[in-house]
Design a protein around this ligand. Structure first.
Ligand SMILES: [Zn+2]
Length: 256
């Protein structure tokens, strides 16, 4: 059976990257995309190229793959814009933060957004310049997440006033154990973080959240600078409900 994957590349040179892999991509806004058959020569060339494009290339999974996965890594279905400049200092306790890799920072204050995003029920949002946090409306939180041991934190505007109609999801933390995935050791603090997954299923976790939703205490990131983030996973009834109710989010199947 042939499996065709839609791949997208968001670098300025995205179309050129696809051309290097031997396919003619199309470009919309800041994204170049193409449909490539898995296992084909362009596919192999593209996946090899991905290692140079870090987190800028991503997979699009079929509905069946999402439905059949026991667990999915969940990302926002849309961007909520940017956290304000200097958000690390304002929103995080960075006393124990490594200034090379960003590990050790703890969010202690509500996130502050540079602009209030457009809001609607049944959508999860993520920030452009800070991966990990998922934002949603209070009504979506109550309907989908409240019964799964998820709590919330308020989200602030640039002046520090609460944004009405927007909350940050706070899922129970859990330790996913050892994940067979590439890690990077920071030359300053000596700690490891997992590289961001860019193609294929999310690597299988050794342990899953006790319930149906949880945020990894093991960090992901990779690459230069303060890139560090903590993925949230959904499984079972919650994942099925997000799919059935067409909640706008990006569900990324975890390998079984
Ligand atoms: Zn470090």
């Amino acid at each position: 059976m042939k499996t065709v994957r839609r791949v997208t590349v968001s670098t300025p040179g995205g179309k050129e990257a696809l051309r290097l892999a031997g396919v003619e991509g199309r470009e919309v806004a800041h994204m170049a995309f193409a449909d490539i058959e898995e296992g084909s020569a362009p596919w192999l060339a593209f996946t090899a190229l991905c290692s140079d494009f870090s987190s800028t290339a991503r997979y699009v999974f079929s509905e069946r793959e999402r439905a059949e996965a026991d667990w999915c890594f969940v990302k926002g279905g849309k961007h909520a814009g940017y956290a304000i400049d200097g958000f690390w200092e304002v929103c995080f306790d960075y006393a124990n933060q490594c200034r090379t890799c960003g590990l050790g920072a703890r969010q202690v204050m509500p996130l502050r957004l540079a602009k209030v995003p457009k809001l609607s029920h049944g959508i999860l949002l993520e920030l452009v310049n800070l991966w990990g946090p998922l934002l949603t409306t209070p009504s979506s939180f109550s309907e989908f997440f409240l019964k799964h041991n998820v709590t919330t934190m308020s989200v602030h505007d640039e002046k520090g006033n609460p944004i009405e109609g927007l909350v940050q999801l706070v899922a129970p933390p859990f330790d996913p154990g050892h994940i067979e995935h590439r890690t990077e050791r920071c030359s300053t603090c000596g700690h490891d973080k997992y590289w961001t997954q860019i193609g294929g299923f999310f690597p299988r976790l050794e342990r899953y959240p006790g319930g149906t939703c949880g945020t990894s205490i093991r960090p992901f990131g990779g690459g230069a600078g303060l890139s560090v983030w903590y993925p949230t996973f959904v499984g079972g009834a919650l994942k099925a409900e997000l799919i059935a109710r067409k909640v706008k989010c990006d569900l990324w199947p975890v390998a079984d």
